[in-house]
Structure formats: structure tokens, C-alpha cells
Design a protein around this ligand. Structure first.
Ligand code: AMP
Length: 418
């Protein structure tokens, strides 16, 4: 008897890297995780960790990974070595993270030529990410042409934003001609964390309003009303919103004209300044919150200012999304900083007692990988730490779609282009 296909390979393809995880959706367990980096360089490297019992721990291989095809072939070889090969009948699908799905993709979608063409059409609004995501999909298609390839979009969760939240107040014809509007990113994380937060509260997602603070190297906030996103801090690109590791977040757009006219910078230089040399790194030279906290403890003034700017922006978004939602049931902190930096969580809600927000000092400093409440008992708003798991969410959405597609031959279900 052929085993039931319950495995999903999740691929997150960047311009010179591929992160991957193989999951078994029968019990949501991870079978292997890994990363290929510096693809095309002499120092290219694959780090593979099998998580099933068998041939042992982490393996590394360096050099000789010329392109994405070579990278995926190397990944396939490592998986085969562990008895988890891509030719296994247990592999149900490959789920791909795709950063920009525009307005058309409001749900995970089985990839066909029309879907590939649409992702390509969105390259002008995601020039760094969508080409790499496309390369990953095309390479995986070549490796397993018979297998469903599913695109899971970072923007999808935010397509429920009402028009008044998504529109920029600029000339409508110009905006429409160039598809300029707020799309939002990190959607897979916001979807996962808002649902897990509802579970933590013992409620159905449709019953709760949650502010999700995804604070990683990139950072974004979202207002989720009854399971649907109604506002988020990133916009046309991931540059808008919170202060991030290397991105400025919100600034007066006239800063860019000023940099061009007065400082004589080119558009590419300004792009690089705001995306790569701003945020925490621009303010104090470090983008790692651990290092910033260490410097703050030592009395470093620049690190202190960077921390304060970061927290001030975060507070403004908590206040704004409280106003957007009207009633807030929970605020959930997630991602590298949100899950680990107790000082950030404490500072972000300090002084917001009038909004019903507080953290319990002891609960806030407990270290755990589990979702947990850090507000005092009886607080009006539950403050929680909810570790994100974007790969599990991509695998879950991918598997749900292919299972559904298997059950129903209707072509309408094969893609969910709105
Ligand atoms: P992410 O993008 O979600 O992987 O988050 C990466 C960021 O998380 C790093 O740049 C650090 O700033 C932050 N981070 C990771 N661990 C800690 C920690 N223990 N304390 C404070 N910040 C942390």
C-alpha cells in the first residue's frame, strides 16, 4: 500500500540563499532543517540538520554551489541521505514563501504558468524578493515536475485590510497606474501568531482582537480583528512602520527629496541608506538588540537613544492600533526581539496602564519556547509572548490546500486567485 503523502518541504529562497524545512503534517513534526548560503560564491555553504533518528547530527558542506539548481540538488541529496528523498511517495507538496502577492493572491495558491506570470508581474514592487522566490519555484518544478508547488504569500493575510487603511492619500490615478498602496508583509507570521494568541486565550480567532508585534530584524505590527487583518505597519514595501534593525520605518517622505537635492545622493544610495543603514544600526551602529541592551546597561548614550527611538515608535503603533480596533483583547510579542527581549516588552507597555496594558515583571523574564501570558492576572488586555513559526504555517497552509485539491477535482480550487 502506498503510504499517505503527509510531508511538505518548505522553501524560503532568497537571492543568494535557500532556507528549508521538511515537515510531516501528520503530526506537524520537523524531519530536517537546513540552509544554503552564499550561493554562487566560492564560500557557498550548506548546513543540514536531520531531526529524525538515524544517521546523526548536523552536516556541513562548503563550496561548489554555483546556482539555485545546484543548491536544491544538494539539499535533495542531503535529504536522500537521511532516507527523506524528494522522490519519496510521502512527499505531498513543496510550499514556497513568496514575499509579494499583490492584491490577487489572498490565499495560498497552487503554482501554474498563470501564477508564475503574476508573481513575475509583481517584480517591480518587490525587486529584491520576488525574483529569488521565482527562481526557487522554477528550480523545484524542474526537480519534481509532478508535485504540487504551492506559493504562500507574505502579503496574503493583509488583503483583508479595508481600503481606507490600504490607500495612501496620494493622487488616485497615479497610485492605481503603479499599484501603489499598502500591502503589508510578514503575513504568515501575523496569521500564525494571531491564531495562536486566540488559542492561548481559549477562544476562537473570530472572537478576539489582537495587536501582533512581530519584532525581528525586520519588524511590523498588525491589528487583527476577529481573525482578519484590518491594519498593518509595513506598506508598499517593508520599509514603512516600526524602527527595524537596519530600516528606518516611518519617515517624512520629503527626507528623500532633501537627500537627493541637498545631499546629492542618488535614488539607489537613498534606497540603501533607508533599507540597510538606518533603523537601529543607523542610530547606534548595532542592529542586534542583545548588543544594544548590553551597551545600554554600560551607560552608552547612543545605544540608549536608539533603544528609546525604537520603543517610542512601538508605543505609537500600540496606541494607534488600540484606536483602530476599539477593543483590544491581547497584545502578542513575537520574532527574535519580541520573543527574547524582556526589556523591550517591559518598555513598550510602560505607561500604557490607561489602555489596560501592563506586564508582570516576573512572568516577563521567564524564558520558554511556549506561548505564555506575561500580564498580571485579571488585566483588561492580555499581554503575551507567542513564538512565531512561519515554516510550520507555510507547511500547514500548503498541506491544507493540496489535501483539499485532492478531495475535489474542481479546477476552481486549484488556484485561489481572487
Ligand atoms: P529574527 O529576524 O526574528 O530572526 O530576529 C533577529 C533579531 O532578534 C536579532 O537581530 C536580535 O536583535 C534579536 N534577538 C535574538 N535573540 C535575542 C535575545 N536573546 N535578546 C534580545 N534580542 C534578541
Amino acid at each position: 500500500m502506498t503510504p499517505r503523502a503527509t510531508r511538505v518541504l518548505v522553501l524560503n529562497s532568497g537571492s543568494s540563499s535557500v532556507k528549508y524545512q521538511l515537515l510531516d503534517m501528520a503530526d506537524s513534526s520537523r524531519l530536517a532543517v537546513g540552509l544554503v548560503e552564499r550561493i554562487g560564491e566560492e564560500s557557498s555553504r550548506l548546513v543540514h540538520t536531520p531531526l529524525v533518528s538515524g544517521p546523526g547530527g548536523k552536516r556541513e558542506r562548503t563550496g561548489g554551489i554555483a546556482d539555485h539548481t545546484a543548491a536544491l540538488e544538494a539539499v535533495a541529496a542531503e535529504l536522500a541521505h537521511d532516507g527523506l528523498g524528494l522522490d519519496s511517495p510521502e512527499l505531498a507538496a513543496i510550499g514556497h514563501r513568496v514575499v509579494h502577492g499583490g492584491l490577487k493572491f489572498s490565499a495560498p495558491t497552487v503554482v501554474d504558468d498563470a501564477v508564475l506570470a503574476e508573481i513575475e508581474r509583481l517584480v517591480p514592487v518587490a525587486p529584491l524578493h520576488n525574483p529569488a522566490n521565482l527562481t526557487g519555484i522554477r528550480t523545484a518544478q524542474r526537480l519534481r515536475p509532478d508535485l504540487p508547488q504551492v506559493a504562500v504569500f507574505d502579503t496574503a493575510f493583509h488583503t483583508t485590510m479595508p481600503e481606507h487603511a490600504a490607500r495612501y492619500a496620494i493622487d488616485t490615478a497615479t497610485a492605481d497606474a503603479h499599484r501603489i498602496r499598502r500591502y503589508g508583509f510578514h503575513g504568515t507570521s501575523h496569521a500564525y501568531v494571531s491564531r495562536r494568541t486566540a488559542e492561548l486565550l481559549g477562544k476562537d480567532p473570530s472572537e478576539v482582537n489582537v495587536i501582533v508585534l512581530h519584532l525581528g530584524n525586520g519588524a511590523s505590527a498588525s491589528a487583527v480583528e476577529g481573525g482578519r487583518c484590518v491594519d498593518t505597519s509595513m506598506g508598499l514595501t517593508p520599509l514603512e512602520g516600526l524602527v527595524m534593525g537596519t530600516r528606518s520605518g516611518d519617515i517624512d517622505p520629503a527626507v528623500t527629496f532633501h537627500l537627493k537635492r541637498v545631499a546629492g545622493m542618488s535614488v539607489d544610495e537613498i534606497d540603501e541608506l533607508l533599507n540597510k543603514k538606518s533603523g537601529l544600526v543607523g542610530l547606534c551602529g548595532d542592529n542586534d538588540m542583545r548588543e544594544i541592551r548590553r551597551r545600554v546597561e554600560e551607560g552608552d548614550e547612543r545605544a540608549r537613544l536608539a533603544f528609546d527611538v525604537y520603543i517610542h515608535r512601538l508605543k505609537k503603533y500600540i496606541g494607534a492600533y488600540t484606536a483602530v480596533l476599539g477593543r483590544v483583547d491581547a497584545v502578542a510579542f513575537t520574532a527574535g526581539v519580541g520573543e527574547n527581549a524582556a526589556a523591550v516588552r517591559e518598555a513598550a507597555v510602560a505607561g500604557l496602564e490607561n489602555l489596560g496594558l501592563a506586564v508582570d515583571a516576573e512572568r516577563n523574564t521567564v524564558r520558554s519556547d511556549e506561548p505564555r501570558v506575561i500580564s498580571p492576572d485579571g488585566a483588561r488586555v492580555v499581554v503575551a509572548v507567542v513564538p512565531t513559526d512561519e515554516e510550520l504555517e507555510i507547511a500547514r497552509q500548503t498541506f491544507a490546500l493540496v489535501e483539499r485539491t485532492d478531495d475535489d477535482a474542481s479546477p476552481a480550487l486549484r488556484t485561489s486567485i481572487a
